[in-house]
Design a binder for this molecule. Structure first.
Ligand code: NCD
Length: 311
């Protein structure tokens, strides 16, 4: 892969997505060893810079870097100091002074990773920029689906809930469309607006309209932190129309995949029995996240040129 940064899946060619997924599949083997480490990125510095909360994404990028023997440094920034582009640039200048090879950034503003990528020589990986993109999440989602189906071509994926404010949804929509899958979206009017029709999706009204058709159902958390003054439905009301419970699962295909990027709100967008049920691949998504992030670090840092490969 010939790119310095990984900022989003919009416009990324199919061959490149395929390369990332097959590299990730190969990386998984490292995680199954007793000694889960290869020397591929020895001596390289990967910095995680998170201006928003995260559990899975940050830890899995750090674990991915460690499995490739890179050094890791984790910057936590208080969200209250993030509003101004200047403070982001100042932080980045300070990190730059420490000679990092890659920065993994999560920021509430769309385009923050792109700004760093343009301004600095280190590689930038977008770990979520506002409502825009979260490419590593969509890649791990696609890897999880590919494990079950072999190919994404011709498959139907339903994305349900707060699609409007979800960077996970946006990255998946771009990636899945490129890979030849059909994407259905459903959610309340304020969370799944008509403007989405500018994206390659088919919009439906409610969960019942998509559940029977889908090969995979991806449930989303309501992004309360991004909803502003919008009126929120009560948890009960929301679950009644958009919650995936056992009752609705009866209408789904027997081999449907139930997905969720986390964090889960049990009893709101997904019932506990479904989240823990036999169609759920939610924890496989987490495991695949490490492999995908190893692949991304390896590919943007040109690991193969160092002489060591992943094996
Ligand atoms: C997602 C995110 O941060 O966009 N979480 C994640 O990375 N797994 C989804 C969410 O916060 O709901």
């Amino acid at each position: 892969m010939n790119r310095k940064d990984l900022l989003g899946l919009r416009g990324m060619p199919r061959q490149e997505i395929e390369l990332i997924l097959s590299t990730a599949a190969a990386m998984r083997e490292v995680g199954r060893r007793r000694i889960k480490k290869v020397p591929t990125l020895r001596g390289r510095l990967v910095v995680t810079l998170f201006f928003e909360n995260s559990t899975r994404t940050r830890t899995s990028f750090e674990l991915a870097a460690k499995r490739l023997s890179a050094d890791t440094l984790s910057f936590s920034v208080n969200t209250s100091s993030t509003a101004k582009g200047e403070s982001l640039m100042d932080t980045a200048r300070n990190i730059h002074a420490m000679s990092p090879d890659a920065i993994v950034i999560r920021h509430p503003a769309t385009g923050a990773p792109h700004l760093l990528a343009r301004s600095f020589p280190f590689s930038v990986i977008n770990a979520g920029d506002g409502i825009n993109e979260h490419p590593s999440q969509a890649l791990l989602d696609m890897l999880t689906m590919r494990d079950h189906w072999g190919s994404l071509e011709g498959r139907t994926v339903a994305i349900v809930g707060d699609v409007q404010h979800s960077r996970v949804a946006r990255s998946n929509i771009h990636g899945l469309a490129t890979m030849g899958a059909r994407v259905l979206v459903a959610g309340p009017g304020t969370m799944c607006r008509r403007e989405l029709s500018g994206l390659p999706v088919e919009r439906r009204h409610c969960l019942d309209d998509v559940v029977a058709e889908a090969d995979a159902v991806m449930m989303l958390r309501i992004q309360r932190e991004r909803l502003g003054a919008a009126v929120l439905p009560s948890a009960r009301e929301y679950a009644a129309f958009y919650g995936l419970d056992l009752e609705r699962m009866r209408r789904a295909r027997p081999d449907v995949l139930v997905m969720h990027p986390g964090p889960i709100n049990r009893g709101v967008e997904i019932g506990a029995e479904v989240a823990d049920g036999d169609r759920s691949v939610i924890l496989d998504q987490v495991t695949n996240g490490i492999a995908v992030r190893m692949a991304l670090l390896f590919l943007v840092l040109g690991g193969q040129e160092g002489g060591d490969d992943a094996s």
